[in-house]
Each structure stands twice: as C-alpha cells, then as structure tokens.
Design a protein around this ligand. Sequence first.
Ligand SMILES: [Zn+2]
Ligand SMILES: [Zn+2]
Length: 137
Amino acid sequence: MVRKSTKRRPAPEQDKMIVEALRGVGRPVSAYELIEELRDKASLAPQTVYRSLDRLIAEGQAHRLESLNAFVACRHPSHEGTAVFAICNDCGTVTEFDEPAAIERLAAWARKAKFAVTQMTLELRGRCRACMAREAR
Ligand SMILES: [Zn+2]
Ligand SMILES: [Zn+2]
C-alpha cells in the first residue's frame, strides 16, 4: 500500500511527539498508555500510534519489549543491531545496556547452525538494585 502524501504529512511531527512522550514517561508503556499520555496534545488512533512506533523502532529511536508488550525510548544516541534489556519484576524499571560480545556469540552460533535470524530479543527479568536494597532494609 503506497499512499501519496505530498500535501499532508503529519508523520514526522507525530513520530517526534510520540518519541518525546516515550522519553518523558521513562518506563515501558503500551500503545494505549501512550495515547492516554498524549491525550491533551492530540487524539491519536491506535493504528497511527503503532505505525509511528514501527518507524521509530526501525530508526532505532525506540524499542519494543516483547515480554511486556510495551515500548521504550532508546537510551543510546545510536546503536546497530540488538539492544539488551534488564527488566525489574518488582518496580518495572527497564535498563538498556550494550553487550556486543553476547550478541556476537549468538550471531556466531546462528551462522554455524545455518539459522537465519530475523529478530533477536534479549531481555533479562529479575530484580533491580533499588528493589534489592529495599528488601535488605
Ligand atoms: Zn537502544
Ligand atoms: Zn525494581
């Protein structure tokens, strides 16, 4: 489906608004939570938000957390390939970190096994430092 959009192209502004909202909340949110978040600024259809998120993910400005079915803004100015996340089960804090060596090992395994990877998701679930400290008190 190719739609000519010479006159009205709200997409770039929409993407900007959405990525800014994602950065603003600072935690993983669903598309519906994003719509709520932006309610004062715009009335967005879920389809519109999903399309924007797809573009932002493709550009590396946002990531999708598979296990939470939620989205977060990327914390890095740029990175190629896979992002790695640690997700706290207690408070929901998500930490994005780079672990190129781990990703390279997995990619190497896939090459050796002749497995064509189309998507790689690395999510660690557990308890964050702050929650561990609270527990210890
Ligand atoms: Zn990232
Ligand atoms: Zn926590």
